[in-house]
Design a protein around this ligand. Structure first.
Ligand code: SAM
Length: 217
């Protein structure tokens, strides 16, 4: 059986009892980055063997994991943070398992965009999760213009390297509309900043821009 196991997005205490039970009990844990996941596994005294499953080995390693599942092994899939399959290579393994009629279940837990959405205070009854915006400015602006036509709350991920450029484009496209930035959720420097993009840019320009970001408009 394949277990899709959500892990914390920062605070290691945000692991569920079921997740610990499954990670201890399976034959193998497929990790996006085994070294990164060792921090979590060591913290909870989990000695289960691990293997890497990431963007660039997803085809070959996917077949290897599939062969083990077909032999009757129990395998857990975890990503670097949050819920596997949400913007990480987990999606491909889940798809492969479905195509091959592998029994599968999910152990639910944190996902950064859900935490940001509820903290944002914006309407949550309908929202669009837009993943990561394109890297290039023109493509990013075009994507923002498409999103601006929607009535729903918009949520997307952004890295510290591009957050200021993304906010500048948000200012261009959305003007004074309130934007909510959720940074480093569940971590020591967790911060939620609300206001027009121009104000948020001024706030983040005060120092080095660090951490992981979710943007809500
Ligand atoms: N699978 C993950 C999930 O369930 O949320 C998302 C993986 S995606 C590759 C990584 C992005 O998620 C980061 O660039 C950041 O935008 C967002 N993210 C992850 N952890 C976060 C946190 N603690 N605070 C804010 N954003 C976070």
């Amino acid at each position: 059986m394949l277990y899709i196991v959500a892990t914390p997005i920062g605070n290691l205490k945000d692991i569920t009892l079921r997740a610990l039970e499954v990670l201890k009990g399976v034959d193998l844990i497929a990790c996006e980055d085994t070294r990164h996941s060792k921090i979590l596994l060591n913290h909870f005294g989990i000695r289960t063997p691990t293997t890497s499953y990431f963007q660039h080995n997803r085809f070959s390693k996917g077949q290897y994991i599939l062969a083990l599942l077909k032999q009757g092994k129990n395998i857990a899939l975890i990503s670097d943070a949050g819920t596997p399959g949400i913007l990480d290579p987990g999606y491909h393994l889940i798809h492969l398992a479905i195509k091959n009629n592998i029994e599968m279940t999910v152990i639910p837990g944190p996902t950064a965009f859900i935490s940001a959405l509820v903290l944002s205070g914006r309407p949550t009854h309908e929202f669009i999760f837009a993943g990561f915006l394109p890297n290039r400015q023109q493509a990013r602006r075009n994507r923002l213009k498409e999103l601006a036509k929607l009535k729903q709350t918009i949520v997307f991920y952004e890295s510290c390297h591009r957050i200021l450029a993304a906010l500048a484009d948000i200012q261009q496209v959305f003007g004074n509309k309130e934007v909510v930035i959720a940074r480093e959720l569940t971590k020591k420097f967790e911060e939620v900043k609300r206001g027009p993009a121009a104000e948020i840019i001024a706030h983040f320009q005060k120092g080095a821009v660090r951490g992981e970001f979710v943007v809500v408009i």
